[in-house]
Design a binder for this molecule. Structure first.
Ligand SMILES: [Zn+2]
Length: 259
């Protein structure tokens, strides 16, 4: 799996200023197209799927037998069919089962909620530009659930005009245009992810989300549970996480040097 054909300036989000709106669209298309020719075979995310085997860490690793996340479900969609076709939505089988189970659990509680997941990783893992981690099938980006001006839960817009969602910039009140972050819906999702992960015999190793919003997240009905049970990153992440939350799942992996 190779994504080394990207120009050096795309090696990091931080070198990709959000203010350069004129080039965002072009960059987004290139970003989405990265690795179009590098897809491996994929397996459906079903209980019968052979278990994936991960190696190393999220920042230096790889994966055998990954599965591609389903493109959509009753209450969720992926961020980009282009990105999915390019092979950017592969995960460990246990992570896939956890994600699908969590969406199903949320749906049972409130079928009106809509969610969008973002980038995960390559079919065989490894360096996944412009992300620093996402290397062994255990890292997943989820876009914040939002409500529109009518108060309806809707899929957050992710297209080439906002670099497939990653350039959405919410203000300090959690608003972007007509959209506002649905913190209770996000908290419910994180809660169900944790419950589903435990049911799969795995865990959650790290959650990264904008520190300024954590207070809002913890003020929701699921907030106290999240605060007590989930490992939120302390301090500032290297790129602002206002439009998405990053989750590293905890799965026992082989050493990076294992064959
Ligand atoms: Zn991420």
């Amino acid at each position: 799996m190779s994504d080394t054909d990207q120009p050096p300036h795309e090696a990091a989000w931080s070198l990709w200023p959000r203010s350069r709106a004129a080039i965002v669209s072009r960059q987004a298309v290139r970003f989405a197209l990265t690795g179009v020719l590098s897809c491996g075979s994929v397996l459906p995310a079903q209980a019968t799927t052979p278990e994936s085997r991960c190696y190393g860490t999220v920042s230096h690793g790889r994966i055998d037998g990954s599965v591609k996340l389903p493109g959509s479900g009753p209450n969720f969609t992926g961020y980009s069919t282009l990105g999915a076709t390019a092979g950017r939505t592969h995960v460990h089988s246990k992570v896939a089962q956890t994600i699908v189970a969590a969406y199903a659990a949320v749906e049972r509680i409130d079928p009106t909620l809509r969610y969008v997941y973002g980038e995960t990783g390559w079919p065989s893992g490894g360096r996944f530009r412009p992300h620093r981690t996402h290397q062994n099938g255990l890292s997943v980006d989820f876009f914040v659930p939002v409500r529109n001006a009518q108060g309806q839960s809707v899929a957050v817009p992710t297209d080439v005009t906002n670099r497939l969602g990653y350039d959405l910039e919410f203000d300090q009140d959690g608003r972007y245009g007509e959209y506002r972050i649905d913190f209770p819906a996000m908290a419910e999702h994180l809660y169900q992810l944790h419950v589903a992960a435990k049911a799969q015999g795995i865990g959650i190793a790290l959650v990264i989300f904008d520190a300024a919003y954590l207070r809002r997240l913890f003020a929701t009905p699921r907030g106290p549970y999240l605060q007590q049970n989930l490992p939120f990153m302390k301090g500032r992440p290297w790129v602002r996480h206002d439009e998405h939350y990053h989750v590293d799942f905890a799965v026992r992996c082989a050493s990076a040097s294992d064959k």
